[in-house]
Design a protein around this ligand. Structure first.
Ligand code: UD1
Ligand code: UDP
Length: 357
């Protein structure tokens, strides 16, 4: 069977890292990278340190524009003559590939069915549309399957629960993460890690300024690897970081996970980091008023902070730090770290059989 994987951003490289070698081993596999993300510290560093083989083609789009991504994908997809196309998550690369799919190829959507029910987010539109265009929707959790089957009416046979590759990635690279030195000047358990890049948080100067003021109230050093979107907005709006923030360029996966495992708390608006925080047992505060990773909130591993100044972020963080032991003992709702093997087995057995019928 000919399988074609299409990804284009940092979190997709990280989550697909454990699956790519298995697809290479088992199938005639073409790997395309749209180049939606393109900076060295958003792409190359992950391919190198996670030992991911180079994509067969970098499409060089350097943009998240839907139309440009879709146009750039049409020919490479046709050239690969795939029986099935694999896409991940909710980025513009994901949905552009779903739209550009050649007739006859089947689309498989990984991390299907998660919903924030917030249509202000481009990612929510991308998830819904990709699930609609997909032939199989591989759900990361029972809740995601519930949304797909019970709320949206998809055939349950096309929506198996496989878990989340974020857990596979952590298990696979855990020894390297443990061996990674912690950044100079940090005391384990006495700092916070921050990431913030969501368009809703950083593209609007009033909102971004209010979040920075809230962060100034956190009573410990905050390590902040700054996403390129946020970097650009800070310059554009002429804003400066509060004194308790130590900013860095985006770091590689190993150093980032090292920071996360040694931090007392994580403050973020990232999707994948909410899942990772629960996986490693570090308390998480999410700088949003909703999340599509609701399992983490239901279990008490994550709390939402909507930026409302009547709630002090410093107090929210202090309360979350106390939950560490409880979180470390949780059973992971995103699976046992064997999602990649489940995906390959599904492709090789059920999906290949269904296609030959
Ligand atoms: C995208 C995804 C988001 C995901 C995030 C992961 C969409 C709609 N959004 O958001 O869901 O959480 O990736 O990080 O697909 N830039 C660089 N270098 C890079 C990448 C981006 O300088 O390697 C700059 C771009 O020029 C652009 C800005 O960052 O100005 C935003 O990039 P873009 O890909 O549009 O969206 P993200 O915020 O990265
Ligand atoms: N990450 C990283 N270096 C950083 C920040 C994040 O390696 O400086 C990793 C993090 O471990 C997670 C992924 O990037 O696996 C999350 O990516 P991002 O927040 O950009 O995207 P999202 O998950 O929100 O789509």
């Amino acid at each position: 069977m000919r399988v074609c994987t299409v990804i284009g951003t940092r979190p997709e490289i990280i989550k697909m890292a454990p699956l790519i070698p298995l697809l290479d081993e088992r199938f005639e596999h073409t790997f395309l990278f749209t180049s939606q993300h393109y900076s060295r510290n958003m792409v190359e560093i992950f391919l190198e340190e996670m030992d991911v083989r180079r994509p067969d083609r970098f499409l060089g789009v350097d943009s998240s524009d839907h139309a440009a991504l879709e146009a750039a994908l049409v020919k490479p997809l046709a050239d690969a003559r795939p029986d099935v196309i694999l896409v991940y998550g909710d980025t513009n690369s994901t949905v552009a590939c779903a739209r550009a799919k050649p007739a006859g190829a089947k689309l498989i959507h990984l991390e299907a069915g998660i919903r924030s029910f917030d249509l202000r987010m481009p990612e929510e539109h991308n998830r819904i549309e990709t699930d609609r265009l997909a032939d199989w929707r591989l759900a990361p959790s029972g809740l995601a399957k519930y949304f797909l089957v019970d709320l949206e009416g998809y055939d349950p046979a096309t929506c198996p629960v496989v878990g989340n590759l974020v857990v596979d990635a952590y298990r696979r690279y855990q020894p390297k993460i443990e061996a990674e030195p912690l950044l100079d000047g940090l005391t384990p358990g006495a700092f916070c890690v921050l990431t913030m890049h969501r368009a809703e948080n950083v593209d609007e100067p009033v909102r971004l300024k209010a979040l920075l003021e809230s962060l100034a109230g956190v009573n410990m050093p905050i390590i902040f690897p700054v996403h390129p979107r946020t970097e650009k907005r800070m310059l554009e709006f002429g804003l400066s970081f509060p004194k308790n923030l130590r900013t860095l360029e985006p770091v590689g996966y190993l150093q980032f996970m090292k920071l996360m495992t040694q931090a007392s708390v994580i403050v973020t608006d990232s999707g994948g980091i909410q899942e990772e925080a629960l996986t490693i047992g570090t308390p998480c505060v999410t700088l949003r008023d909703n999340t599509e990773r609701m399992e983490t909130v239901f279990l008490g591993a994550n709390v939402l902070y909507d930026g409302d100044h009547r709630r002090d972020l410093g107090n929210v963080v202090t309360e979350m730090v106390k939950r560490r032991d409880m979180i470390a003992a949780l059973k992971n709702p995103y699976g046992d770290g064997h999602t990649s093997e489940k995906v390959v087995a599904l492709l090789a057995d059920e999906i290949e059989a269904a296609m030959s019928r």
